[in-house]
Design a protein around this ligand. Sequence first.
Ligand SMILES: NC(=O)C1=CN([C@@H]2O[C@H](COP(=O)(O)OP(=O)(O)OC[C@H]3O[C@@H](n4cnc5c(N)ncnc54)[C@H](OP(=O)(O)O)[C@@H]3O)[C@@H](O)[C@H]2O)C=CC1
Ligand SMILES: O=C(O)CCC(=O)C(=O)O
Length: 484
Amino acid sequence: MTSQYGNLIDGEWVSTPEVNVNINPSDTDDVVGRYARGGRDDAVRAIEAARRAFPAWARSVPLDRHDMLMRASAEVLARADDLGRLLAREEGKTLVEGVGEARRAGQVLAFMAGESLRIGGERIQGLAAGSDAEVTREPLGVVAVITPWNFPIAIPAWKIGAALAYGNCVVFKPAELVPGCAWALTDILHRAGVPRGVLNLVMGSGSKVGAVFAEHEDVDAMTFTGSVPTGRAIAAACVAGPTMKRMQLEMGGKNPLVVLDDADLDNAVECAVNGAFYSAGQRCTASSRLIVTAPIHDRFVNAVIQRLKSLRIGHALDPENHIGPVVDQRQLDIDLSYLDIGQRENARLAWGGDRLQRPTPGFYLQPALFTDVEPGMRIAREEIFGPVATVLKVKDYEEALAVANDTEFGLSAGICTTSLKYASHFKRNSEAGIVKVNQGTSGLDFHLPFGGRKASSYGPREQGRYAAEFYTIVKTSYTSPGQP
Ligand SMILES: NC(=O)C1=CN([C@@H]2O[C@H](COP(=O)(O)OP(=O)(O)OC[C@H]3O[C@@H](n4cnc5c(N)ncnc54)[C@H](OP(=O)(O)O)[C@@H]3O)[C@@H](O)[C@H]2O)C=CC1
Ligand SMILES: O=C(O)CCC(=O)C(=O)O
């Protein structure tokens, strides 16, 4: 049987003999669809098509790029309920989260449409008499987009939207677990008028399609979101060839949420529960380390547990549920192994961690809260990427800050406090790319720069106007009037 949903290469939908069967993690008997599984040859053909399309697309009229992205945005927004449903079905986010993410994808495309009109530069007087300099931005060429499964439509939209807005061609490889949203987004952009070869979708495995994108010399830049080990492997391949590729790598996190004695307890509990457990904790910005000062610790932990007891975990498409399944058996096994590791490290499993049975066969796990966690424990240092959070008790703000920064990661960090002094100090001294005060560490605005420090990120920021730093290359031109 060939695939029902093909790859888009050089403007044509192409099916493949190998098929990726897309399974619903809420109900493994439910087949979402049969998607193409391309190989190395498909990846090369896509890159060649993008290379051929680039000169014309680079010279395209900004208003045409704007209008095309706006048409795509309008369709994504108009179909947000259906796309959100598809997302919930293939990834396991709840319906509310899925629809919210689809809307965000539509909004980000509209923002990037505007960016295609706002690309600007500078004119600076040169040092020599009569010399003027212009600093302008040009597209890079062919950009490879490799995305993870946990934000199946928003991350592709913010990468592809930016790449196209600034005049680049794209070869796109989504995570194999979530081909549905990637296909739908590509189809929308294709019908919105993206010319032949400018956007190519190659669904297939990371080790085949992704590896070709990283190695091929006709790819000029790589934007990747995923795990740290994959990011490092891709980075090595991107610099190994004759032309080193520009890279933007967004990777993992082990994000701290500090809760001080003076915090508004209800708000702190909401930030913690939402940040750590919604989307089944499968966010690189998840609040997986809750760092709590001693006087408020027991009240906070009890309140979090009470809140967790009120959450319904079940089928992602049931609007009554707050948290869906984890994405697949592999992720479930990882989560369960960390529950075991935590208990062997003598942390206390204060709540949850049970494998849940529901009417449909799915990967359901009760949110788990560890207390009595020490900063050196593996559960406090390694990214789990599931509904498992740790509580670390600290003496005071100074210790909280030190523990918050004591990590190889640096994506997002939060603090719950009513003290301006501590909030301001934390904003200045947190070693994270994103700092939130009295807000959860997850849930970011699409018009603001997104990215981390340390092992979490490499290269220029994504999103907002800052995306131009990655997706364009600066040219400096000098002009003298010449002889009169
Ligand atoms: N910082 C951020 O912005 C975010 C980071 N993440 C991180 O992503 C991880 C979870 O996502 P997950 O999809 O499992 O991450 P992976 O790193 O496993 O995969 C990410 C993407 O890379 C592809 N890939 C895998 N191997 C290679 C390779 N050798 N060459 C090129 N591409 C390859 C995957 O393809 P395939 O599907 O075939 O495996 C997938 O499309 C978490 O660690 C999380 O923290 C997630 C979202 C946001
Ligand atoms: O938290 C967000 O809004 C999105 C960030 C993201 O991409 C992630 O957490 O995986």
